[in-house]
Design a protein around this ligand. Sequence first.
Ligand SMILES: Nc1ncnc2c1ncn2[C@@H]1O[C@H](COP(=O)(O)OP(=O)(O)O)[C@@H](O)[C@H]1O
Ligand SMILES: CC(=O)N[C@@H](CCC(=O)OP(=O)(O)O)C(=O)O
Length: 289
Amino acid sequence: MTDHAPDPRLLAKAETLTEALPYLQRYAGSTFVVKYGGHAMGDPELARDFAEDVVLLKAVGINPVVVHGGGPQIGAMLKTMGVESRFVDGLRVTDAATMKVAEMVLCGTINKELVSWIGQAGGRAVGISGKDGRLVTAAKVQRETDLGFVGEPDDIDTRVLDTISKAGMIPVVAPIGVGPDGQSYNINADTMAGALAIATGAERLFLLTDVAGVLDKQKRLMTDLTPSEIDRLREDGTISGGMIPKLETCVHAVEGGVDAAVILDGRVPHAMLIEIFTKQGAGTLVRLG
Ligand SMILES: Nc1ncnc2c1ncn2[C@@H]1O[C@H](COP(=O)(O)OP(=O)(O)O)[C@@H](O)[C@H]1O
Ligand SMILES: CC(=O)N[C@@H](CCC(=O)OP(=O)(O)O)C(=O)O
């Protein structure tokens, strides 16, 4: 190699950057809502990668809004207290004692951990819940069985998010809402993220989970889906369990004006950046047909 021959590693980086340019221009100024699940949080390497990605998005002019879960961590805390959890349709039945623990774990431990990771990555995060700034007024979820204090967003006031984002900071939201009477409600984190994506007029909703995306019956990744295709997959049993409410959230979001919702593998380092800034993308992208 002569002195003037370009280093192939640099060339590869330059090509990646050239490929990313149109996406950078397209997304500048838009909002991306990112749901980070409780499972992914257990691994410090992944948490560091995730925080770096979020900080990078902010640095290139995108406004990330992070919504976190914490189901496994709430479960572990309840276990140490000798309280069993029961789930109905993927929702944790939440009595008064469980509500206290959920709020403590989500708003106290996990929210601040994530704020700290983003700080370590060079960003400024502000950790809040749906209670702060009256972000999320919740209504009790009505099912055949009483789920206790399980809520769903009823009214959203995005001013607190706008204020934080405009100040150059990154909002990190715990999935807790408040009823008109001041009662706390436990909200599924995917549902919370979907509702915030609609209310903020987000360009993208990312749901980071522990699978590559939506898999077909042969376990191959389905890269693109429309709401009618999702209906079919549900009818023929291709999707089940936690994937059903996740895809319902995606459909709800795209029908509510979000350009696309993506189910991504939170175990793959920088999956979010690959999805945003490359042609091939990652995960399963849901868009209106
Ligand atoms: N067709 C499918 N493709 C991928 N995952 C599926 C499918 N059907 C059911 N699942 C299940 O959905 C799970 C993801 O939902 P869930 O466990 O609720 O995620 P999270 O805890 O990250 O919110 C996967 O781990 C998988 O077990
Ligand atoms: C009502 C309800 O089920 N709330 C969830 C909130 C946390 C969550 O959704 O966390 P993951 O995304 O990590 O599963 C719960 O109590 O587990």
